[in-house]
Design a protein around this ligand. Structure first.
Ligand SMILES: *Cc1c(COP(=O)(O)O)cnc(C)c1O
Length: 351
């Protein structure tokens, strides 16, 4: 009755979206601010009859606007239903089941091994350095691999790799192996590697409007790279679902991209709140990894990760805990509004 391929799946566990009680949600890296006010204006006045029609299968207008923002041609851009779908199409297109392995950091986005099991791709986790940063030298010491993927900044550590480091990595990786940089959090203080895609035909950048543009609910994911790579993603998309992005999401994506001023102002607020939270926790004796994302990764000598997670949950604050050896005493805490973080740091005094 059930296919064998279904029976061996191990799905990703997303951070919970509680319904029973009102929590302060610092567990899924959502943006605490609403999308651009122009998005609300559009939704209030939109022409409902448009919904009768199928949407543009290739999101051309959105690609044009994202292209303008990133100074690349729309032909170098692919749009999917959230970057999770984009990543899934990447794994399908670029990594074969009987080759391998695909390399990624030991502690990273936990969807990568899930896609590997879905498509039967072998993978190898490359250890982080003692300070939890990524060492590309360790990646380059591997002789056999078909590709490399990592988030920048990395998740859940929040640590950024510099554009110079990524440039040096690309100089050393053979041109027939794809490198994917997952830039879900790049807008919170990093420099995008999009500018390197012109020089390196094997570099693909994946981005999302979920976090920095406050549109997690609209599911807008982006890939930027050489046209051959984009063509492969389109072939996979058109073999699976021609219309990954609905009419409303395409329009509000365009609007969010064009409201640069609102974008900058919310980013600045989140960065300021992050820096305030980091300073406060350091003063309270916490270990805080240096973050350039909209979350921080923190640990306390006095209590275990699961203890603090449970304590905060009882106090009405949800954070993310990963029960993985090596990071089991850390908590990943999304940056919320200033008052949420004040309450959090208030609760995190364990003298
Ligand atoms: C949140 C996240 C994504 C997925 O974002 P969506 O566009 O909402 O699917 C991808 N990669 C990383 C590292 C993320 O944290």
């Amino acid at each position: 009755m059930f296919a064998k391929r279904y029976q061996k799946l191990t799905p990703y566990t997303p951070g919970e979206q509680p319904r029973n009680r009102k929590y302060i949600k610092l567990n899924t890296n959502e943006n605490p601010y609403p999308p651009s006010p122009s998005v609300a204006e559009f939704l209030h006045s939109m022409d409902i009859t448009q919904l009768r029609l199928y949407p543009d299968p290739s999101s051309l207008r959105l690609r044009e606007m994202i292209g303008e923002y990133n100074q690349v041609s729309p032909d170098n851009i692919f749009i999917g239903n959230g970057s999770d779908e984009v990543l899934s199409f990447c794994f399908y297109s670029f990594f074969d089941s009987n080759e391998g392995p695909l390399l990624f950091p030991e502690h990273t986005y936990s969807f990568y091994p899930v896609y590997c099991s879905y498509y039967d791709i072998s993978f190898k986790r490359i250890p982080l350095q003692n300070d939890f940063s990524i060492s590309f030298d360790s990646f380059l010491r591997e002789k056999e691999y078909t590709g490399i993927i990592f988030p920048n900044p990395n998740a859940p550590t929040g640590i950024l790799s510099s554009i110079e480091e990524i440039n040096r990595l690309m100089d050393s990786v053979p041109k027939d192996r794809i490198v994917i940089v997952d830039e879900a959090y790049i807008d919170f203080g990093g420099i995008s590697a999009v500018s390197l895609t012109e020089e390196y035909s094997n570099l693909l950048i994946v981005q999302t409007l979920s976090k920095s543009r406050s549109l997690a609910g609209a599911r807008i994911g982006i890939a930027i790279g050489e046209q051959k790579l984009i063509k492969a993603l389109n072939t996979v998309k058109d073999s699976f679902n021609s219309y990954p992005l609905d009419y409303i999401s395409q329009r509000i994506g365009e609007i969010a991209i064009s409201d640069q001023e609102y974008f900058q102002s919310t980013i600045s607020k989140i960065i300021a709140t992050r820096e305030y939270t980091v300073r406060t926790l350091l003063k309270l004796g916490w270990e805080v990894l240096p973050s350039k994302a909209n979350f921080i990764f923190i640990r306390n000598k006095k209590k275990s990760g699961i203890e603090i997670y449970t304590y905060l949950r009882n106090q009405g604050i949800l954070v993310r805990h990963f029960n993985h050896p090596g990071i089991e005493n850390f908590l990943r805490v999304s940056i919320g509004k200033e008052k949420d973080m004040e309450l959090l740091t208030e609760l995190l005094q364990f003298q």
